[in-house]
Design a protein around this ligand. Structure first.
Ligand code: BGC
Length: 758
């Protein structure tokens, strides 16, 4: 036997012996140290770990998705034996309470279960899809929404949510773009951290807090072709500067858990990836919570062609640092024999179990009794509904408002409400809604009837759903339009057209929606399109036929009243896009923070002559058949009032490494209404040791201005904010020239420059 094997064998014998010994019911009456809340966390973990058998340890590493309601004797028996550490998305609140009672009082060591669930954008009260929430650029409101979700979910016996999803997505074909916060690492980091704080509250151990799970670690959003679960190739510097950054922020915000993803990353599946899980997450970031795999992602290393069989998958999962296996049972079946054969060091098992127990202790699960939750089925509170309404209103982006057709006067007369998304509660909630209920949802049709009175609203669906191609409803829609003073068209995508495994190859409005708009537009009535969707769509043909466009995403329970608030000017639109809207799917992937290339199609900023007078864009990076610019840039969104930016100044023209400077500009409300503006600060590092993006968001602020009011907005940037990662993980701030913008979006703004010097 080689010495390594021998050491393993000794460690295995010691571990098994420890288990046998503590399995004996000695000291029945003395409270063991791990049950003493006055002792230190690590001391409690060490004491408990020392008492656990290998089977009990492996049990902690297994999460079951099979939890029948009613709760079966078989599952009860398994819990008594310590077979499971966690359950997900299963059971009714009272079953969960009973399961926890059994775990705490009838299993040998009384180790609590942790119940996980996908509480993605609300539990019972559904907030806008995350991509919509992001368009509010309002971290505090997003935190409040997550707090409400945490309260509602914990009331139903949920301990842990699989959120926030902080995958950067730069391809709207990918259905899961709906679940993330957009294309930008800084914004996603800021808003994702706000969600973590909201779910987890002031203290993880508070009974109304739930543990967050930063997912999907990592690179999942870069799926080739926008096809879900597809391969990702991300060079290390891009991985660190873009994809890892929000995860680092989630870790810094105290996220209790991480989820390893489905994708293979640079040839290694992320659920078997020791570089991202051990080197970056544990070694560099010192993360001490636990990592759960995504659903079956451990065993999917077999079809990935990275593991030979389920045993090999379990081995690779544990070696890479996946502490808990979700759904599949390769750990349950294989870990014991892998340890006994000396292929997995017992210390690796101990490390994983320690991470899991640490979270359970931190959450106070050992120190709470399992009482059946009272508020599990309660309807959303007025406070929750008010927050949902505010967040939905802030998430709406005004894309067009020709002739100031919006806001509508409440005295407008009659309106025609047309389209498949005007009265579709389930669709309006969007993807990942396990606990939201259609009966709680207030649709745009209901809200408009409430605001104007039934008689003033002429309703004609036009199409049965967003994919419908039958035109039999068109005549009634045109008739309603003819009889009205204005037309509101509720278009977009149904719930099932975005989310997991719901990618699309086309970004156009599905079905015959564009034709419906064309038909209705023939009436010549002023028309507003309100688009409810889970991703950026392409809809120029509609924009051309209507006077105004509002992008409302899937706005959740209170989407209807929020849309009505914006339509009538009770809320002034302030949302800004967090994902670039392409002109056509052929431009995808398209994002604002791209590199300049050696042949940029834009007027050359660096002063090198390019092109020729006949075809000034010559042999440049462009398309022959469509402009290279997006339909709407990242950060874009209009208001009913007008904001003017002036007087950009910098506190210094030269910035020594390690120092900081202040950039400021005056923002004035020169329109006739009060409103919020999201002021954005971007930089460009002109020359780097690796090429740098043409713009990068570094800061933003939401300000409220009354008509005629002017305010100076200041941003403080240090050279740390300008630093970037190189391959190998080195973080550098380099001397040289920088451009800086204070801007209403990523494609315009006031510009200054400064130099970073040694
Ligand atoms: C998804 C995760 C989710 C998990 C549990 C998976 O299919 O990718 O985001 O948390 O299921 O439901």
């Amino acid at each position: 036997m080689n010495p390594r094997r021998l050491l393993y064998a000794i460690a295995v014998i010691v571990t098994l012996a420890a288990g046998l010994q503590t399995a004996r019911p000695t000291q029945m009456n003395a409270t063991p140290p791990y049950k003493d809340p006055k002792l230190g966390l690590e001391q409690r973990i060490a004491d408990l770990l020392g008492r656990m058998t290998l089977d009990e340890k492996i049990g902690q590493m297994c999460q079951s998705s099979s939890f029948p309601h009613p709760f079966s004797d078989q599952v009860k028996g398994e819990i008594r034996k310590g077979r499971w550490g966690s359950f997900l998305n299963a059971g009714e609140p009272r079953d969960r309470a009973e399961a926890q009672r059994i775990a705490l009082s009838e299993s040998r060591l009384g180790i609590p279960l942790i119940f996980g669930r996908d509480v993605i954008h609300g539990y019972r009260t559904i907030f806008p899809i995350p991509l919509g929430q992001a368009a509010s650029w309002d971290p505090d409101l997003i935190r409040q929404a997550a707090r409400i979700a945490g309260r509602e979910a914990s009331g139903a016996g949920i301990h842990w949510t699989f959120a926030p999803m902080i995958d950067i997505a730069r391809d709207p074909r990918w259905g899961r773009i709906a679940e993330g916060l957009g294309e930008d690492p800084y914004l996603t980091a800021t808003l994702g951290a706000a969600m973590v704080r909201g779910f987890q509250g002031e203290s993880l151990s508070a009974p109304d807090s739930i543990a967050a799970c930063a997912k999907h670690y990592v690179g999942y959003g870069a799926a080739e072709g926008g096809r879900d679960y597809n391969t990702t190739w991300i060079p290390e510097n891009l991985l660190r500067n873009v994809y890892l950054r929000p995860f680092r922020a989630a870790r810094d915000a105290g996220a209790a858990t991480f989820m390893s993803a489905f994708n293979d990353l640079n040839g290694v599946p992320t659920s078997g990836n020791a570089f991202t899980l051990r080197q970056v997450l544990r070694k560099e970031w010192k993360f001490d919570g636990f990592v759960v795999s995504d659903w079956d992602s451990v065993i999917e290393m077999v079809p990935h062609g990275y593991a030979a069989d389920l045993k090999d998958a379990a081995l690779k999962g544990v070696q890479a640092g996946v502490d808990m296996e979700m759904s599949s049972n390769s750990y349950a079946v294989n870990l014991k024999s892998l340890v006994e054969a000396g292929r997995i060091a017992p210390t690796l098992i101990d490390d994983a179990v320690r991470n899991i127990l640490r979270v359970k202790f931190r959450m106070g699960l050992f120190d709470r009794s399992a009482t059946a939750p009272a508020g599990s089925t309660s309807a959303p509170t007025p406070d929750a509904l008010a927050t949902a309404r505010k967040l939905a209103a802030e998430s709406i982006v005004l894309l067009k408002n020709e002739g100031r057709v919006l806001p509508l006067a409440k005295s407008i007369g009659r309106i025609a409400v047309i389209g498949p998304l005007a009265d579709s509660p389930v669709d309006q909630m969007g993807t990942w809604v396990l606990d939201g209920r259609a009966e709680d949802v207030r649709t745009p049709l209901a809200a408009l009837r409430h605001a104007l009175g039934e008689a003033q609203v002429l309703w004609a669906q036009g199409l049965k759903n967003s994919r419908d191609t039958a035109r039999d409803g068109f005549a009634a829609a045109s008739e309603a339009a003819r009889k009205s003073d204005a037309v509101l068209l509720f278009l977009g995508e149904e719930q099932i057209l975005s989310g997991e495994a719901h990618s699309r190859a086309f970004l156009s409005l599905p079905g015959a929606q564009a034709q419906l708009v064309e038909e209705v537009a023939k009436t010549g009535k002023p028309a507003v399109a309100v688009i409810l969707a889970g991703r950026p769509l392409t809809f120029q043909e509609v924009t051309a036929k209507v006077q105004a466009v509002l992008y409302a995403w899937h706005p959740g329970t209170m989407g209807g009243p929020a849309i009505a608030d914006v339509l009538f000017g009770d809320a002034i639109p302030s949302g800004k896009l967090t994902a670039t809207f392409p002109r056509t799917v052929g431009q995808v992937p398209i994002y604002y923070a791209h590199m300049n290339t050696g042949r940029p199609p834009s007027p050359n900023e660096l002063g090198i002559p390019m092109g020729n007078p006949v075809d000034p864009r010559g042999y440049t990076s462009k398309y022959l058949d469509v402009d290279y610019t997006p339909e709407y840039p990242f950060g874009f969104g209009l208001s009913y009032t007008k904001f003017e930016y002036s007087n950009m100044r910098l506190s210094a023209a030269r910035l020594p490494l390690g120092g900081s400077l202040t950039a400021s500009a005056d923002i004035a409300n020169s329109g006739g209404m009060e409103g919020d503006e999201i002021v954005q600060c971007y930089v460009r590092d002109l020359v780097g040791s690796i090429t740098r993006p043409v713009r990068e968001l570094k800061a933003f602020r939401r300000i409220h201005l009354k008509p005629g009011e002017k305010r100076t907005v200041e941003f403080r940037l240090s050279t740390d904010d300008l630093a970037f990662y190189k391959d190998g993980g080195e973080l550098v701030a380099e001397p040289g020239m920088f451009h800086i913008w204070i801007a209403p979006d990523s494609a315009s703004g006031l510009k200054g420059e400064f130099e970073v010097v040694r």
